[in-house]
Design a protein around this ligand. Sequence first.
Ligand SMILES: [Zn+2]
Length: 422
Amino acid sequence: MSRDPIARTRPRSADVDADRLWRRHLEMARLGATPKGGVNRPALGEKDIEAHALLATWARQRGFGLAIDDIGNMFVRRPGTADDAAPVVSGSHSDTQPTGGRFDGIFGVLAAFEALEAIDEAGIETRRPLEATIWNNEEGSRFVPGTMGSGVYAGRLVLADTLAAVDREGITVADAVAALKRGIPDADVRALGAPITAFVEAHIEQGPVLEDAGEVIGVVTGIQGSRKFHIEVIGEEAHAGTTARRHRKDAFVEAVAMVNALHEIFHDAEDLARFTIGQFEILPGARAVVPGRVKFSIDFRHPEISVLDDLGDKVEPACRSRARACEVTIDELPRSAPVAFSGLVPDAIEAAARLRGYPGRRIFSGALHDAGNLARQFPAGMVFVPCERGLSHNEAENAKPSDLAAGAQVIADVLVDLANRD
Ligand SMILES: [Zn+2]
């Protein structure tokens, strides 16, 4: 008997099929393919429903169960020997940004499904059921807010309000979910919020750390939190040729002073603060008019709640102290607290990666993911694999078949491990 305590207790797992996994990525990438080689698949639009239906077809061929819940999350199920036990679940999302890539989201769905198939082919029994899931509307580019399906499932968003959200054409989430159910008429109904033993999500890193280090598996320890603000500087429109400086209330000049002050405040020595002004609008936007109004956005993210509090609270005084002739209004959107994945799932991921001999490290997620919502209710964690140049939300997004297979392999091993624990 092995002296390694992990090896001794390690349950039998199955080897994933790297070629099948890669072929399925290419098949899914045809649904909503863009001329530049990316994917445009808005949540529960025609192409996204086709993606759900394709997964449903593969699931039926394997004899797996299929269910959809009231917010449009879809679950593929492989029964356990104790079928009333809460499942161990893996998955991600199938929707994309309008100029999205071939791997963001769908990799986590296909890795979970490959894990279920490989485990099934190997005839491995698990005590708890295993499920592969597609969470609805992660990207938030068709319906707001993003991470919608997992947010409702985990009780962070209210179902009725969320179903009433509309896209730019006035189509409600409720209409879109009904279309999904029409597209997959034989799916069972799944109860929202039904208990989950553990959730694990595979995802491309969307950053350069693993690729730069020549590593394959990122054991994600948490997701950073965020604070978002809308700032509006209100001055007075005036004639550019006749108004002297001393009479001007130039909203642009004062907004620039605010932006410069903010950049200094958020310049941390360790380079962990992610501070972005991504929108900046000058009104009325005419060459011969002193700007009467400026609107800009602030997106601030950090892994530590104390820093989010301290630095975020400096936005308002920094802006107010730079407003001289103008007025300034500061609105903060709902905060998102940092998530720490602790214990069960990250440890299981790390053990699986070590046993398979994949080089890796513990890593923090700069981007938001469905696992962040699930972690508020259930044990959860994430597996990152490298993506080329860290590029994502981009049609050129790319990943290596062998890295994707390594991620799916870790998912398979973790699912068997967690589904058979006491
Ligand atoms: Zn994603």
